[in-house]
Design a protein around this ligand. Structure first.
Ligand code: ASP
Length: 345
């Protein structure tokens, strides 16, 4: 009988070993997982590990890896009841977001996880994260691509890495948890995206998109910065969209001529701009302050309460699906997979 769950190992701390250069991903994970999980294997679903070649530290993830992961899922979709993706924590939030836009509501559970300490090392969090992911992979249907980490189940496109030192490495700044795993495993189905959406497997071909590397740039506002930062993105023809990390409720230096000419130029060169707050919690309320009111007239889109990772991937995905500048302006406000809080916007 074939296994119930496919575990895709992309790299990342969870399966790393110590080398002379520091921690690096290593193959042979199936055996190491079986040793680490020991007796608990009897109470977990059966699984097979597929290692992606080459295994990478997730700092090296680029949009082409998102397509590769998606095509692996497509190939094996019918063969398993659920999927676990083992991924480095550094760019987990980007991969989770990109997959959620490509997949939409899923008919099978796709659970991402990783760890802060490698599997098999003293005090590792890998075992509990893995056990949770395997259990959730075939539990109640979770329509969202999701992350389980340190006992919390979170919507993949709302997560951010917040700690390099704590086991609680992720949070969802503007979203509720989808589940909590303490002694009891508590899931909150009402918070998951609409499970009645079309989830037929045959749509996979339409979902596979080729991302354009370098299509989206990010600028973080500071009280004065070299204007070459603006100019370089304007001059880069491959760069189609820019996420602008602004202050507070989405405010910008509206008295700064260099900044204003950047906005005008971006509009003339048809580069989409998305306004996201640098704040760790809350969203953009474009126009709440006079210092942000100019933006809407410049076609700047509100990023609402999306994470940087979700907004970055949403832009990449819209561009990859062939949307023009005007197409992105039109589609941006659609809440495709719970990436922003609908009641607030
Ligand atoms: N550098 C590692 C990675 O993201 C960190 C981790 O997995 O926690 O691949």
């Amino acid at each position: 009988m074939s296994a119930q769950v496919l575990v895709l190992y992309t790299g990342g701390t969870i399966g790393m070993v110590q080398t002379e250069q520091g921690l690096a991903p290593a193959s042979g994970l199936q055996e190491r997982i079986e040793i680490a999980l020991g007796m608990s294997l009897n109470t977990l679903p059966s699984f097979e590990v597929l290692e992606i070649s080459p295994l990478i530290d997730s700092a090296n993830i680029t949009p082409k890896h998102w397509t590769k992961l998606m095509s692996i899922l497509a190939t094996h979709w019918r063969d398993y009841d659920g999927f676990v993706i083992l991924h480095g924590t550094d760019t987990m939030a980007y991969t989770a977001s990109a997959l959620s836009f490509m997949l939409g509501a899923c008919a099978k559970n796709i659970i991402l996880t990783g760890s802060q300490i490698p599997l098999g090392m003293n005090r590792s969090d890998a075992t509990s994260n893995l056990q949770a992911a395997l259990s959730l992979a075939i539990s109640h249907r979770i329509a969202d691509v999701s992350l389980v980490f340190d006992g919390k189940l979170m919507r993949g496109n709302r997560i951010q890495k917040i700690s390099s030192g704590r086991f609680e490495a992720f949070h969802t700044p503007n979203d509720d948890l989808l589940g909590e795993l303490a002694i009891d495993m508590q899931l909150y189905p009402a918070r998951m995206i609409d499970s009645n959406r079309d989830t037929s497997d045959t749509r996979f071909e339409n979902k596979l998109v080729s991302f354009r590397e370098g299509a989206v740039g990010v600028i973080t506002l500071h009280p004065s910065q070299p204007t070459t930062i603006y100019q370089s993105l304007l001059d880069d023809d491959n760069c189609r969209a820019i996420v602008l990390l602004t202050y507070g409720a989405g405010n910008v230096p509206d008295q700064n001529p260099a900044f204003l000419s950047f906005l005008t130029e971006a509009m003339l060169r048809k580069k989409n701009i998305v306004n996201l707050t640098q704040c760790l919690h809350g969203g953009v309320s474009q126009g709440a302050y006079a210092a942000g009111s100019i933006l809407s007239s410049m076609n700047v889109l509100s990023g609402k309460d999306m994470t940087l990772e979700a907004a970055f991937c949403k832009l990449h995905w819209l561009i990859a699906t062939g949307e023009s500048y005007y197409g992105v302006l039109e589609k941006w406000n659609t809440n495709y997979c719970g990436e922003f809080t609908p009641q607030s916007y």
